[in-house]
Design a protein around this ligand. Structure first.
Ligand SMILES: [Zn+2]
Length: 286
């Protein structure tokens, strides 16, 4: 770690705003940086700088809300710089367009009632955002119950078709794989309110097994099955592959990034975009 001046330091080859110190007990490097300066780097990593200013502003408000929610005076730090919180790689990631979005929304955060809203976002919802309770359990939140979204069609992941080999499908079956015999078909059932099937049933020559869709995706991999909005799964027993058709990329809860881009192109401002994906919330000052 190298201090450049009172406002900048270098760590592992990257320049960061703020100051840094090493925690004596754990050896962790902790940086202290003003929220708005932290957001310059974060927003540019979360959304392409070439996207409409209103969509970048909506993303900036969400990223700020996330920080304020996580702020914890009882811990030595508030956030980690990875996807576990938000990707933060310092000054070199910054761009004039995303810095402008942070500046234009300075101090604004998404509120629900007296507190901050719980925020979530993913790349492309595929046509309907997911409810937080269906995705992750917990108490249903009125502003995270899912909305129909017609604005993310420009994403290359709005509709997708993936081919999955029998071996991968069998891995999703785990110790039930042997019991069902030769795999013959896959059916999807129990759709939630957004249309995402909760279960996949694998039928074989000697039985069937019903597996939670989220577990299937986790085992096979979120790159192979980009979202849980799966519309069709056709198994070809001759080729021993399944053709999976689906929609969207990511968990689909909350803010649809490609949808925000589409909404901005229709003339919606950041407040209207956020009101669409988080109905009942308001934008307040921090
Ligand atoms: Zn969408």
């Amino acid at each position: 770690m190298q201090t450049i001046d009172a406002q900048t330091f270098v760590y592992e080859g990257r320049r960061y705003r703020g100051t840094a110190a090493i925690l004596p007990d754990t050896g962790q490097v902790v940086s202290t940086v003003p929220v708005e300066q932290y957001l310059y780097s974060v927003v540019s990593r979360e959304m392409p700088r070439s996207w409409p200013a209103e969509s970048l502003q909506a993303q900036a408000i969400l990223a700020r809300t996330y920080v304020l929610q996580r702020s914890n005076p009882n811990r030595a730090y508030d956030l980690v710089p990875s996807e576990a919180d938000q990707v933060y790689t310092g000054v070199d990631a910054e761009a004039p367009q995303t810095n402008a979005a942070v500046d234009a929304t300075a101090g604004q955060a998404l509120r629900f009632g007296a507190g901050f809203a719980s925020i979530a976002y993913s790349s492309c919802c595929g046509g309907h955002t997911e409810s937080s309770a269906d995705a992750w359990g917990g108490k249903p939140l009125p502003y995270l119950s899912g909305v129909a979204c017609n604005y993310c069609k420009d994403s290359q992941w709005y509709r997708w078709t993936q081919t999955v080999a029998a071996d991968a499908l069998r891995s999703a079956l785990g110790n039930q794989s042997a019991a069902i015999g030769d795999l013959q078909s896959i059916t999807l059932d129990a759709p939630d309110g957004s249309g995402r099937a909760r279960f996949w049933t694998f039928t074989g020559s000697s039985g069937s097994a019903r597996i939670k869709a989220a577990d299937v995706r986790r085992t096979i991999g979120s790159r192979v099955i980009p979202s849980l909005l799966v519309r069709k799964a056709d198994y070809d027993s001759t080729a021993q592959t399944a053709t999976i058709e689906g929609a969207g990329l990511g968990h689909g809860v909350g803010f649809c990034q490609w949808g925000a881009r589409g909404l901005a192109k229709t003339g919606a401002n950041a407040a209207a975009i956020l009101a669409f994906y988080f109905p009942g919330t308001t934008i307040g000052s921090t």
